[in-house]
Design a protein around this ligand. Structure first.
Ligand code: KG4
Ligand code: ZN
Length: 333
């Protein structure tokens, strides 16, 4: 089964062709980061206009570099939520028109679930059979932070989510406070490498729940870097970046391992843009007594190959779309 997939939920215009859910024939991502960087964050109207400009060339490049023609494609899949409404509309309408013009089946895919399936694009693949379920999924992106118990392909139980900022959003806001640039995750990670000391920041454990909260540590960071006695501390930005990263990673790893034990997970699947963070990848892998699967960094941030993998494996929320498929900006898993 050859799936042509599209992803336009945020600020990446992406198209990919994937065979049988795991074999990537092409994977094209046009990032808008350089455009949004000058505003310090994503401007939704700018993002949707940029998707309109990029979708045709990205689609063409994905098809050309796959070595296939449209006649070889068996299914079209597209992210239809959650995400920015105007951005989702571009991908969904393009995929709809393409599918209708060739009489191809069209599948809508949940962006959060697609992140989880990035794990199936790498080897060794995680659950190949039911014996690897239940798997605990930590999904950490710019818009979401969730712990989902995956009992089978397409079947999820929400264990916990952030009560305020998503982990990626927290990195982005912290980087802005530290004047390090955008997007926050990569620049905080880079700055943290230069740290010579650690500063004290709180961790919100929210005991007895699988929920997260990251707004407090961000506010604490703001107060910390404005403390008079620290203002002239050499290397303050790097030390603060490392301390902030430690605080976020501590909570993500600690709560994930606790949930894995409480719910009898056989493995952990990390995914989402924040899963590109080396400290999170290393700590989770080192501290976990059960197998941890993490996609290669390029599959952690938004791409369309994961959308194709999700459409292939999941019989759940990625239900057949058809001409009635619409965007669902607030879609949950
Ligand atoms: O999954 P993603 O590409 O888009 C959404 O679905 O939101 O995630 C983007 C988020 C941004 O907040 C970005 O700062 C964060 O992922 N991110 C990172 C790293 N690379 C990207 N966070 C921490 N460390 C990184 N290396
Ligand atoms: Zn994403």
């Amino acid at each position: 089964m050859r799936i042509l997939a599209f992803e336009t939920s945020c600020d990446e215009t992406a198209a990919a062709v994937v065979e049988d859910g795991t074999r990537i024939l092409s994977n094209i991502v046009a990032s808008q980061i350089d455009i949004h960087r000058r505003y310090g964050g994503i401007v939704p109207e700018v993002a949707s206009r940029q998707h309109v400009l990029s979708i045709v060339p990205v689609y063409q490049e994905a098809l050309d570099s796959s070595g296939l023609s449209l006649g070889d494609i068996d299914r079209v899949a597209v992210t239809h939520g959650p995400g920015l409404a105007g951005s989702l509309l571009v991908g969904v309408n393009f995929a709809k028109a393409l599918a209708a013009s060739r009489g191809l089946p069209l599948f809508g895919v949940n962006h959060m679930e697609a992140h989880v399936y990035a794990n199936w694009l790498a080897f060794p693949t995680p659950p190949e059979d039911d014996s690897r379920f239940p798997a605990l999924c930590l999904i950490v992106s710019g818009g979401h932070t969730e712990l989902q118990l995956m009992r089978a392909h397409g079947h999820y139980q929400l264990l916990g989510r952030t009560r305020d900022d998503a982990a990626g959003e927290a990195f982005d806001k912290a980087a802005r406070l530290l004047d390090l640039g955008y997007p926050g995750g990569p620049v905080i990670e880079k700055a943290a490498l230069q740290a010579t000391d650690r500063l004290s920041l709180p961790r919100a454990w929210l005991p007895g729940t699988c929920d997260f909260s990251f707004s407090g540590v961000k506010t604490a960071l703001w107060h910390l870097i404005n403390r008079e006695e620290l203002l002239n501390q050499p290397n303050l930005a790097a030390n603060a970046a490392a301390s902030f990263q430690d605080a976020v990673v501590d909570v993500l790893v600690g709560k994930t391992l606790r949930a894995a034990e409480d719910f009898g997970a056989t493995c952990i699947l990390l995914s989402g843009g924040v899963a590109a963070n080396s400290s999170l990848r290393d700590r989770l892998s080192q501290d976990s007594p059960i197998d941890v699967f993490i996609p290669p960094r390029s599959f952690c941030t938004d791409n369309a190959a994961m959308v194709a993998a999700c459409s292939y494996f999941s019989g759940g929320p990625a239900s057949p779309g058809g001409p009635g498929l619409d965007v669902e900006p607030g879609l949950s898993l």
